[in-house]
Design a protein around this ligand. Structure first.
Ligand code: SPV
Ligand code: MG
Length: 426
């Protein structure tokens, strides 16, 4: 009897190496290829350039492939349970404990694992490297946020970066848990952190050119979509130029807040003088920005400061509805309360009118709530807005004081990464 053979392909771009392994696998029986879903690829490598549908079309036309099925997770549990293949084919390159798990699953019904030796081929490695470089291109990066929002049920996880090194951390941080890999979906270029990194207050003092330099620095070493904290967006006459520049650079979204005058950080709340814009004027800004936009990828997200400035839920909702009507691609609702109750109330009332317009939150003060819980309340993007700079500062401060106290740096060493590590980091 013909054996049922299963092979999983995670590759985004198919080259001769994949064709060779497919041909070899097909010699063992009737071959089903599990094509990783966009979401599964996104979980460990970022949003794929070629969509699942495109990859399926290509793979299903390769000689030897009898069936193509969707593999929506890195784990083999579901596919093996559903398909019960006689043979699972895999290269002898393994990640974590996945081999032991597959063997155990197959043992249950007498299935077999066949390993093909991984062959290194400089030509294919060069191809993979070139394909990877595509991810840095503005036109590829720009649309990633919108596509990720369309694709994922769970809220997108976003962490701040304010220079190249923090960009690298957000780009590369990975945690492996239960056969899945978790990583950040996007990068937040915060006004607070960009200002703090320059030793300046968060009052729109760091000018546009300088903010763009920060973005460029991050872009040079990352591929993930970028959400820019655009403060108030500035004058409408200036805002329209900003939109065009950001789109050209490959930024995915700008969030602008409905404040006017000297902007202060929202977490000051009403402790300092801050003024909210009128609904009419802020809507005009949104409309002008949307009209200036040239691609369909870019998003303008309107940030509502009503809860921060204690203007009440009704005001927040009225503004949210008006901003969406004016063309905003999403709403960010901010709060500095220690509990998320007002955020949840807002989400519930906003969702009663708009089911799909993305909601963004920045849970700095109510950070006991997990991303998963926020997702259950209809939130689509969770921004961890300032944590890399806030964690770096105490360590650097400690080192500076330790050197002063001791007149040498020996005692500071325990707070520093080894020289060898920093030399090889980049
Ligand atoms: C920022 O990160 O600069 C923000 C978010 O605007 S918050 O600091 O919470 O206002
Ligand atoms: Mg800010």
């Amino acid at each position: 009897m013909t054996k049922k053979v299963f092979l999983s392909i995670g590759a985004e771009f198919i080259h001769g190496g994949h064709v060779a392994i497919i041909e070899k696998a097909a010699e063992l029986g009737e071959l089903t290829v599990g094509v990783l879903s966009d979401e599964a690829i996104m979980s460990y490598r970022g949003y794929p350039v070629l969509t699942y549908e495109e990859r399926c079309k290509i793979i299903s036309h390769i000689k030897g492939v009898s069936n193509v099925v969707k593999k929506d997770s890195l784990s083999y549990d579901k596919v093996i349970e559903q398909l019960r293949p006689d043979i699972v084919v895999h290269s002898d390159h393994w990640r974590g404990k996945s081999k032991e798990k597959i063997v155990k699953l197959l043992e249950k019904y007498g299935g077999e694992l066949v390993e093909f030796p991984y062959t290194e081929n400089p030509e294919y490695e060069f191809f993979d490297m070139r394909a990877n470089q595509l991810r840095y291109m503005p036109e590829i990066r720009r649309g990633k946020l919108k596509r990720a929002l369309r694709l994922t049920e769970r809220p997108l996880r976003v962490l701040e970066a304010h220079n190249g090194i923090t960009g690298l951390i957000v780009e590369n941080a990975k945690v492996e848990k239960d056969d899945e890999i978790k990583q950040f979906d996007a990068i937040w270029v915060s006004s607070l952190c960009d200002s703090t990194a320059k030793g300046k207050p968060d009052i729109e003092l760091v000018d546009t050119t300088s903010r763009e330099n920060t973005i460029n620095e991050i872009m040079e070493v990352t591929t993930k979509p970028i959400i820019l904290d655009g403060d108030t967006g500035g004058l409408i006459e200036h805002f329209v130029y900003k939109i065009k520049t950001l789109e050209r650079m490959g930024v995915s979204a700008i969030i602008i807040e409905d404040k006017v005058g000297l902007k202060k950080n929202s977490l000051f709340g009403t402790d300092v003088q801050q003024s909210q814009d009128t609904i009419e004027h802020f809507c005009e800004k949104i409309r002008a920005g949307k009209n200036a936009q040239t691609t369909s990828d870019f998003m303008i997200i309107a940030r509502i400061e009503s809860l921060i400035l204690e203007q009440g839920m009704e005001d927040a909702l009225q503004r949210a509805f008006a901003y969406v009507e004016a063309g905003a691609d999403g709403i960010m609702i901010h709060s500095k309360k220690k509990e998320p109750a007002e955020i949840f109330e807002f989400c519930e009332k906003f969702r009663a009118k708009y089911e799909d317009v993305p909601i963004v939150v920045v849970p700095t003060t109510y950070n006991q709530i997990t991303e998963e819980e926020l997702g259950k309340h209809g939130i689509n993007i969770v921004i961890h807005a300032n944590h890399l700079i806030r964690s770096a500062f105490p360590a650097m401060n400690k080192v500076a004081h330790t050197i002063l106290e001791n007149g040498r740096s020996l005692e500071a060493s325990e707070h520093c990464m080894p020289i060898k590590e920093i030399l090889t980091l980049i």
